[in-house]
Design a protein around this ligand. Structure first.
Ligand SMILES: Cc1ncc(C[n+]2csc(CCOP(=O)(O)OP(=O)(O)O)c2C)c(N)n1
Length: 349
């Protein structure tokens, strides 16, 4: 299959108004800033296990800023940059990765579902939500995201087929970051590009340089417009690289050549966009310093507010799952209330 990789920055192009380009840059820096702080918090024992998006900011921010307030976002676990881009506050994300129930209750004005942890389950649900837009004759578009590994799951195939058949207004961002935990893409599938998979469902697809924020943003906007016009779903494959461990519990030195990582760092999306802005006189040291100060202040406030959230009651872990507790959940809930360890519960003691 002939594949063209869409990109602008490598060619010295930046086909966007200054304000839009600056907004994209601010958003990738903010996403990077949060990610680095989150990893530090985790190392300090002040956050649970955390999946960094280091290196994937362009892909997620490019999609996030292409959406309107009426559009829905159906994220997976690595989409913290996307969530920040569409307005989820930092405080919320800190609480989310503390598994605090307040973290799951996104502000009602945000059309954002909670992050999906079971791989690919977000795809059929996002397709269903997109189909609801057609039934209700409302113009919302649904954006979802998945990793390369996730595209081999049955749910991915079912969701894409469904969305295609019903022309559902769905945009699927596939972040091809090269690895499903320790398994490189070439050991996961015969396809060179994941966009090839979309053709099997009759879904439009495009491959972008996923570390080129401008390219992802412009392709995402195109996909959103197509969806809104009733022309059906689009798969955007963003070629990127996970510069960090899979999660804070992973050590990529066990499966990845450090030289590969060093090469990938040369295509880090954040300095690439900054250089393009600076070349046009749209960014400088003073603007960078002001942005960093603002982010320090935003994060400090978010952390203070997150720390002030009421302590988690153990039984809240099961309370939010169903409207009414089933027998198993009731057993867990009762035991947690009495301060028992969950292991004893599932063994039926
Ligand atoms: C259904 C399911 N199977 C297995 C897992 C365990 N798991 C968590 S992340 C992951 C790899 C996902 O890789 P990819 O889709 O490429 O996304 P990435 O983590 O690189 O963003 C697996 C297998 C899971 N969460 N859900």
């Amino acid at each position: 299959m002939e594949i063209e990789i869409v990109g602008y920055l490598d060619r010295g192009e930046l086909p966007l108004p200054r304000e839009t380009a600056q907004a994209l840059y601010r958003a990738v820096v903010r996403a990077r800033f949060f990610d680095e702080k989150a990893v530090i918090l985790q190392r300090q024992g002040r956050l649970g296990v955390y999946p960094p998006h280091l290196g994937q900011e362009a892909a997620q921010v490019g999609l996030g800023l292409a959406l309107g307030p009426e559009d829905w976002v159906v994220p997976s676990y690595r989409e913290n940059a996307l969530l920040l881009a569409v307005g989820v506050p930092m405080k919320q994300l800190i609480l989310l990765w503390r598994t605090h129930p307040e973290g799951w209750r996104f502000p009602p004005e945000l059309r954002v579902l909670n992050p999906y942890i079971p791989i690919a389950t977000q795809i059929p649900q996002a397709a269903g939500l997109a189909l609801a837009a057609r039934y209700q004759e409302t113009p919302w578009v649904v954006a979802t995201a998945i990793g390369d590994g996730g595209t081999s799951e049955g749910d991915f195939a079912e969701g894409l087929n469904f969305a295609a058949v019903f022309d559902a207004p769905l945009v699927v961002l596939v972040q091809n970051n090269g690895y499903a935990i320790s398994v490189p893409r070439e050991r996961q599938m015969k396809n060179r590009y994941l966009a090839e998979r979309a053709a099997g469902f009759g879904v439009a697809a495009v491959v972008v340089d996923g570390n080129d924020t401008v390219a992802v943003y412009l392709e995402a906007r195109r996909a959103v417009e197509r969806a809104r016009a009733g022309e059906g779903p689009t798969l955007i494959e963003a070629l990127t690289y996970r510069l960090a461990p899979h999660t804070t519990s992973d050590d990529p030195r066990r499966y990845r050549d450090p030289e590969e990582e060093a090469r990938a760092r040369e295509r880090d999306p954040v300095p690439r966009l900054r250089r393009a802005l600076e070349e046009r006189g749209w960014w400088d040291e003073a603007a960078e310093a002001a942005l960093q100060d603002a982010l320090e202040a935003e994060f400090a406030k978010a952390l203070e507010e997150a720390d002030a959230a009421p302590p988690l009651r153990p039984e809240e872990v099961v309370e939010h799952v169903y409207a009414e507790l089933g027998p198993d959940q009731r057993r867990v809930w009762e035991a947690l209330r009495q301060g028992k360890a969950p292991e004893e519960l599932w063994l039926g003691s």
